[in-house]
Write a protein that binds this ligand. Structure first.
Ligand code: EPU
Length: 420
């Protein structure tokens, strides 16, 4: 067990590179199951969820080697079950459902229970697979999907779902006939999966828009692919620069994936400039209150809501944040309040009043983006902040504290004895 210890007050300066995108790497690693043989993925981020996906692929019989460049050999896949032990630590384990039933005609995935940020059912994934001809059974907490061969179908999602869209794209890639996904998620990671599937020989059109058409093919082949940069890591580093009145060049990021985040940073008074090799963020003393409503892409991402709350606590005036994607994504608020933030929650709305001087404290997060928010708060708090349960942070960030330290933050990872 580790904790992160931060002494606040340093202005961040310098350059930092963004790692590969977690939420692109996970479906892409799962997509390896659609073809027989050895696929090579580059720019794979070193983080907990990727390790879990590697374990899952390993349990299915794939051979996985390498890290930053990961090689997955699916020649000997013999098992079609994603067990509870893995699904309970990472809901994105459900991403093997589509590829397994699409290629092998059978998949068994332990039904993910509710998680820290909300109920997060997978009914839309199952509805789509069923429309494509899969027989779905739910028994003993396991979902079993079976089909001799899936067929194309037109599926209209009731809610916009990122992994739901990805699961059905993968299932449809090997189905007989054409599948149309309406009200599909438009996230850059969905578009990236479409790119990878097409490289494998699939016929996917419209990935990255709300209407995706997939003409099924009989066979796909392995690929060699470099994963896009993580827009949420980039956004987190941008907020770090803005709140510390820093001057940071964020390299290896795709600013076109961050339009909504950059627009809000600028509205809050940060200076954001596009340079040849990255995005420069210069933080100003005068932070303006800014309202934020999370929406599916291209709206403001829910995965940046917690981090923005720290910026809002430094703004002169009142900001309103509404969380519209997950029903329980304010768990960072009580911890921020312990550090001195002035926040009132009413349902899915949080009203943040600033500016406040945050004070260092021992804090603990229950999910990934909440941990990132507390690390950011520690960067500007008076005194020392200890962020406990760092495994949440490590699930989704590739050594965030190392990157912040290189930018001048006084931050270290400390081993602790026993459970926290
Ligand atoms: N939903 C349903 N039924 C479904 C699927 C989703 O009701 O069958 C609801 C969910 O409960 C939620 C909303 O639809 O209220 C959106 O959920 P979505 O399915 O889009 O989320 P996800 O695919 O499980 C991905 C990311 C999340 C990110 C969300 C929203 C991956 C691996 N995870 O989750 O990332 O917050 O999309 O953009 O891509 C994170 O990285 O910290 C993270 C949580």
């Amino acid at each position: 067990m580790y904790k992160i210890v931060i002494k606040g007050g340093r202005r961040l300066r310098g350059e930092v590179s963004v790692s590969g995108a977690k939420n692109a790497a996970l479906p892409i690693l799962a997509s390896s199951l659609l073809a027989r043989g050895q696929s090579t993925y580059r720019n794979v981020p070193g983080l907990g969820d990727v390790i879990t996906m590697r374990k899952l692929l390993g349990q299915l019989g794939a051979e996985v080697s390498g890290d930053g460049t990961t090689v997955v050999d699916t020649s000997n896949v013999v098992n079609f079950e994603a067990p509870y032990e893995l699904v309970k630590t990472m809901r994105a384990s459900a991403l093997v459902l589509g590829p397994l039933v699409g290629r092998y005609g059978k998949a068994q995935v332990s039904l993910p229970g509710g998680c820290a940020i909300g109920a997060r059912p997978i009914d839309q994934h199952l509805k789509g697979l069923s429309a494509m001809g899969a027989r779905i059974e739910l028994e003993h907490g396991l979902v079993t999907a079976r089909a001799r061969r899936l067929h194309g179908a037109t599926i209209v999602f009731d809610v916009v779902t990122v992994t739901g869209t990805e699961n059905l794209m993968m299932a449809a890639a090997l189905a007989k006939g054409t599948t149309v996904l309406e009200n599909a998620a438009c996230e850059p990671e969905v578009e990236e999966l479409g790119r990878v599937l097409n490289k494998m020989g699939a016929h996917v059109r419209g990935a990255g828009t709300s209407l995706i058409t997939i003409e099924g093919v009989d066979e796909l082949h392995p690929v060699d692919h470099a994963i896009i940069p993580d827009r949420i890591e980039a956004g987190t580093l941008m907020v770090a620069a803005a709140i510390t009145r820093g001057n940071v060049l964020i390299r290896d990021c795709l600013p076109e994936h961050l339009d909504a985040v950059i627009a809000k940073l600028v509205a809050a008074g940060a200076e954001v400039t596009m340079e040849a090799d990255g995005v420069r963020v210069v933080g100003k003393a005068d932070i303006k209150p800014t309202d934020i409503a999370t929406r599916p892409h291209p709206g403001f991402p829910t995965d940046m809501q917690a981090q923005f709350m720290v910026l809002m606590s430094k703004a002169k005036g009142q900001s309103v944040l509404s969380e519209n994607i997950f029903e329980n994504r304010f768990m960072h608020v009580p911890e921020l309040m312990r550090m001195g933030a002035d926040i009132v929650i009413d349902g899915h709305i949080a009203v943040v009043r600033g500016p406040v001087k945050l004070k260092g404290a021992k804090v603990m997060a229950t999910d990934l983006r909440a941990s990132a928010c507390l690390v950011l708060a520690g960067l500007i708090a008076d005194g020392t902040t200890e962020v406990l349960r760092v495994y949440h942070l490590d699930r989704g960030y590739d050594h965030l504290e190392r990157k912040l330290r290189r930018l001048g933050a006084d931050i270290r990872r400390v081993k602790v004895k026993g459970e926290l």
